[in-house]
Write a protein that binds this ligand. Sequence first.
Ligand SMILES: C[S@@+](CC[C@H](N)C(=O)[O-])C[C@H]1O[C@@H](n2cnc3c(N)ncnc32)[C@H](O)[C@@H]1O
Ligand SMILES: [Zn+2]
Length: 265
Amino acid sequence: MYTCPLCQQNLQLINRQYQCASKHSFDLAKEGYVNLLPVQQKNSKDPGDNKAMMQARRAFLQSAAYQPLSDALNQVVQNAVPSTVLDLGCGEGYYSGRLQQALSNDTTLNGIDISRAAIKYAARHYPAIRFAVASAYQLPFAAHYFDTVIRIYAPSDNHELQRIIQPQGLLISVSPGPAHLVEMKQAVYREVKLHDDKVKPEPGFSHISRQRLSYPLLITAPEQLDNLLQMVPLAWKFTPENRSAFVTSTKQISIDFLLDVYQRH
Ligand SMILES: C[S@@+](CC[C@H](N)C(=O)[O-])C[C@H]1O[C@@H](n2cnc3c(N)ncnc32)[C@H](O)[C@@H]1O
Ligand SMILES: [Zn+2]
């Protein structure tokens, strides 16, 4: 199922080691994932989200704050009756974990992320899903391997998406809507620029539907908001004083997601 990140030949699992015909090999970690990110593809020693970011996201997602998004996503994927699904930039596996519960056993679920800390966590917690450390820009999968790819707030490369998704297959993409976390922006910017809601074209795909999911999130504890802050790129805009004032005084945050479905030509 995997291809070699160095020479693109198929990998075979032999004695807990993935090997290609040219004898490149990649060990299966004790948690059950494989690291298919060669040093040449790393832009830093520890790319992607670090452990602290991953743990903050985990704690936040466990509060069920984004469960409506996960449920909406599961519904869209279930309707497509997929057989092979990839969660691109899956993080610590919250969405794929819940998706796996919602799907029948006939569906194979894969997740990749460039963060080793996140994949390690995901593999330990969701043994029924296949996880690999890999880059979204050079995916270790054969052409047309997937009929469905989900991409939640994660980077991607259109050529790679075109390559790995079968004709008629789906790309399900989640991105922030205009009002998403607007209160956080108001706390740090004098003039707030809202996310635009234009549909982003994906060459090779037709856009077939959009669902907008907006709701106020009632903050149950300052720690919940602090975790959310740590997940988003805005965090560094806050001074420590601003941040603590913001998390103790804010009781409600706007959530606004766009769920777009594209179909491969
Ligand atoms: C904002 S997080 C979203 C994670 C998850 N989809 C979620 O919504 O909980 C973005 C994820 O993309 C990963 N990432 C960043 N650059 C990447 C790359 N080049 N290839 C694969 N994953 C990458 C990060 O490690 C992080 O887990
Ligand atoms: Zn190889």
